[in-house]
Design a protein around this ligand. Structure first.
Ligand SMILES: *Cc1c(COP(=O)(O)O)cnc(C)c1O
Length: 431
């Protein structure tokens, strides 16, 4: 089959995510035949350097030999089993390892199967914790410009108009405080204080994306905001939820972004990189105190009755264990520091381009914000198409070009990713 033939077949049946299907009248859909390490290959034998880790999930490259071996081993024994009343070794090992890796107050863990579900679970548990103690606290606080997923609860705490506005009438009521990524840190903290004072006894939690608001145009802020927010949450007696679905597992230079603030959240949501891009899986870690609030005799009615058919999927858990093995074996957090420095050095020259507003970076996430282009021009799409012709796959967010490569990128691949993009931006005609 060729790309063209497969695309025709696809368009007969499938509605793709995050896409306007009409775009595909002119914009080809790319059928992928295979992928290995940093490259994906289509049916016309074109190879593309995967500079965004296949939507931020594929942290150790495609078809990774070690992960393949581990998933094959697991497949010989057990693929999946109901997780209520039953358990299995991959889940137990994974839970133990994650509890040991994350900040000390996080001692218990709940499984789900995607980022949005992890967010739903943390919100439901926050609310029910107080409910179980006889209090009603139905209000969730989040930050402006935030993105927490697209199921109804996750969407309600998000602030990305493009995804959310249409559903406004049917969403939970939430309040957004100023984001430290868009305002001075002190101003953002003051605004959070104002919001909390106003709604005080109604609020159960504040949810944030630590350090980088990824879907919100890769806007970044300092760890000191999180440290201050932690104190504020303690002062008001409410939970802090860290949504590390995107930034967890080494993305910002440390295993978890929250480490840089030297505090612990009450809930930590993880997904995306957790299985190296192999299987859908997410987890929510939380404190013993939270766990205890749901621990009672069955008839007391305080149980947390949340479940998904694929909760604690065995293959997914064993893949996640393989991912943690690689972090240990290859000392990834340390070896990434060299790549982080290389990205920083190579992208500094973007600052001298007149059509570049800002270059920003946190660890293995680097964003280049363009200026002077009208939104109607779809400049990101233009750059995407030009890069793709040269075998480089990037997926700009509007006028934000960003790199989120897998950690297996070599020095030469990092160079290729950045130099190709640089040449494209350099030769773009102005807005
Ligand atoms: C992707 C993402 C989610 C949602 O995860 P899904 O697996 O796509 O449902 C939630 N929060 C953040 C910060 C994300 O980047």
């Amino acid at each position: 089959m060729t790309n063209q033939e497969l695309m025709q077949e696809d368009l007969k049946y499938i509605f793709h995510p995050c896409s306007q299907m009409k775009d595909h009248e002119t914009l080809p859909l790319i059928p992928i035949k295979k992928a290995k390490n940093s490259y994906i290959e289509d049916f016309d034998r074109n190879k593309y350097l995967d500079c965004i880790s296949s939507w931020w999930v594929n942290i150790f490259g495609h078809s990774n030999d070690y992960i393949n071996k581990k998933i094959n081993e697991q497949l010989q024994n057990l693929e999946h089993v109901i997780f209520a009343g039953f358990t299995h070794e991959p889940a137990i090992n994974l839970a133990k390892r994650l509890v040991n890796l994350t900040p000390q107050p996080l001692e218990k863990l709940f499984f789900a199967d995607n980022g949005s579900s992890a967010i739903e679970i943390s919100l439901k548990m926050s609310f029910q914790y107080f409910k179980n103690k006889g209090l009603s606290r139905p209000l969730f606080i989040s930050l402006q410009n935030s993105y927490h997923g697209e199921t109804m609860g996750a969407l309600a705490v998000s602030d990305t108009g493009l995804y959310k506005d249409i559903y406004e009438d049917i969403l939970l009521k939430t309040v957004q405080a100023k984001s430290p990524a868009l305002h001075h840190e002190d101003e953002a903290i003051e605004d959070m204080k104002r919001v909390l004072n106003k709604h005080k006894t109604q609020v159960s939690c504040v949810i944030i994306e630590p350090l980088v608001q990824c879907a919100g145009s890769m806007k970044m802020y300092d760890a000191s905001y999180i440290t201050k927010l932690r104190s504020l949450c303690d002062e008001f007696g409410i939970f802090l939820i860290a949504d590390e679905v995107a930034v967890g597992f080494g993305r910002t230079g440390t295993m978890f972004a929250i480490e840089q603030a030297k505090v612990s959240p009450d809930f930590l949501c993880l997904s995306k990189g957790i299985t190296g891009g192999y299987m859908p899986l997410s987890v929510v870690l939380f404190t013993q105190d939270i766990y205890d609030a749901f621990y009672c005799d069955y008839n007391e009615g305080k149980s947390f009755l949340d479940s998904h058919s694929y909760t604690g999927n065995t293959l997914a858990c064993s893949v996640a264990n393989a991912v943690l093995d690689i972090f240990e074996k290859e000392n990834t957090i340390k070896t990434n520091q060299i790549k982080i420095k290389q990205i920083q050095n190579l992208t500094s020259k973007f600052n001298y381009l007149t059509n570049v507003l800002e270059v920003r970076q946190r660890g293995m996430i680097c964003a280049i914000e363009l200026r002077g282009y009208d939104t109607s021009r779809r400049i990101g799409l233009e750059i995407f198409q030009k890069a793709l012709k040269q075998g480089v796959y990037i997926r700009p967010l509007g006028n934000i070009i960003y790199f989120m490569p897998p950690y297996c990128f070599t020095k030469i691949q990092i160079e290729k990713m950045i130099e190709t993009t640089y040449d494209i931006i350099l030769t773009l005609d102005k807005g």
